[in-house]
Design a protein around this ligand. Structure first.
Ligand SMILES: CC(C)(COP(=O)(O)OP(=O)(O)OC[C@H]1O[C@@H](n2cnc3c(N)ncnc32)[C@H](O)[C@@H]1OP(=O)(O)O)[C@@H](O)C(=O)NCCC(=O)NCCS
Length: 179
């Protein structure tokens, strides 16, 4: 269990995946992710099985880690690290507060803080990346509040809502987070 100031992060369980399907397919949520396809229950079950197998095989050197976010005694979202590269000591972070009733209460910001701290203190990583579609102002604000910097922009790299959008590349180094 990873403790934030307002949220706790625990390993994802099989039963958690059905909510993810529901949350991820919501209008205004799906197109905030670089992989914006509709999720199906069956694809998600297959994905979870693969994730578990992969995790059991590689354990400490697994290249992805997914956590359920809990607040107010409820399961409210997920956060994850993917493309974990132990040689280069970096990874990419992702976040979904699924239930819109829990938006704007500081839970996303706290979950980013908790997972970033865990990545630097417990996983020996030195850098975390993030990719944010330009219109996702809440997400950008959430990472900037944790000390992430906008490092670049992939111009017109993402197609949604009938047009192309920029993707902001954000990142934080361990020494910046410690300040
Ligand atoms: C983005 C997301 C994770 C933010 O989580 P959250 O718990 O609502 O965020 P917080 O409450 O910690 O708010 C973070 C900051 O962003 C601001 N913010 C939130 N939504 C905003 C919006 N739509 N526009 C501008 N600012 C916004 C908040 O006011 C807060 O800033 P403040 O403390 O200065 O007031 C959540 O909205 C979500 O899961 N969205 C759908 C999935 C998604 O976009 N994931 C990220 C993909 S990169």
């Amino acid at each position: 269990m990873i403790k934030g100031k307002k949220v706790s992060l625990r390993p994802l369980e099989k039963e958690d995946i059905y909510k993810i399907v529901e949350w991820r397919n919501q209008e205004g949520v799906r197109t905030n992710f670089l992989d914006s396809g509709l999720l199906s229950k069956y694809a998600q079950e297959a994905w979870y099985e693969q994730y578990q197998k992969h995790f059991q095989q590689y354990q400490k050197y697994n290249d992805r880690l997914i956590f359920a976010i809990e607040a107010e005694n409820q399961y409210i979202g997920i956060t994850w690290l993917y493309d974990i590269n132990h040689r280069n000591q970096n990874a990419t972070i992702g976040m979904l507060i699924g239930d819109k009733n829990f938006w704007g209460k500081g839970y996303g910001t706290d979950a980013i803080w908790a997972l970033t701290r865990y990545a630097f203190d417990e996983m020996n990583l030195r850098r975390i990346n993030g990719y944010i579609v330009e219109y996702n102002k809440g997400s950008l604000r959430m990472v900037e509040k944790n000390g992430y910097k906008v490092e670049g922009c992939m111009r017109k790299a993402y197609y949604a809502h009938s047009q192309f959008w920029d993707i902001k590349v954000v990142g934080i180094l361990k020494e910046e987070f410690e300040q």
